[in-house]
Ligand binder design. Sequence first.
Ligand SMILES: Cc1cc2nc3c(=O)[nH]c(=O)nc-3n(C[C@H](O)[C@H](O)[C@H](O)COP(=O)(O)O)c2cc1C
Length: 166
Amino acid sequence: MGNHLAEMTAFELIRALAHDAVVGVVVTDTMVASPGPVILYANKAFGRLVGRDLGDILGQTPRFMQGRETRRETLDAFHRSLAAGERFHGYLTNYRGDGSKYRAEIDCRPLRTADGRIENFVAFEREVLRRIGRPAGSAAGRYEPASVSNDSLTAALRSLAIFEHA
Ligand SMILES: Cc1cc2nc3c(=O)[nH]c(=O)nc-3n(C[C@H](O)[C@H](O)[C@H](O)COP(=O)(O)O)c2cc1C
């Protein structure tokens, strides 16, 4: 039996793993400046999160989710991370297809080839809600996932260090 896994690109592997995942997964190309990054893949959970058909998402830049209450400072930090080839983990106000807004937790990483070249970006995304009656320390303390029904999912994400703070 050949080692097919070794022949897969990181993008192909993520696409296979993300297909039925309940956390939003989106993969883009590496063009950081507008009109990039361009969405090459999004799973069904991402379509549900952003309230749009997958056909309307592919080929777009993730900026289409931004609106009046999306903080420019956070987008600047996001842009700097992408340009530096670093992970971005943060919280953004985004808008669904129907115009309703939600708070997204985004964990975005570069996918590198063995020789270190960035091939794609991947982001894991989920809706979070503002915690009520908690002191606002770090951003992580201020928000909690909107849906925590699936404990095995939470454990799986934690074991992959997705949504974990460095
Ligand atoms: C994989 C990936 C997923 C992204 N997802 C979102 C998102 O859900 N919402 C959002 O507002 N921006 C998202 N972005 C960020 C924007 O595409 C863009 O990089 C950001 O607006 C900062 O760049 P700008 O200052 O040129 O606008 C994502 C970027 C990447 C690479």
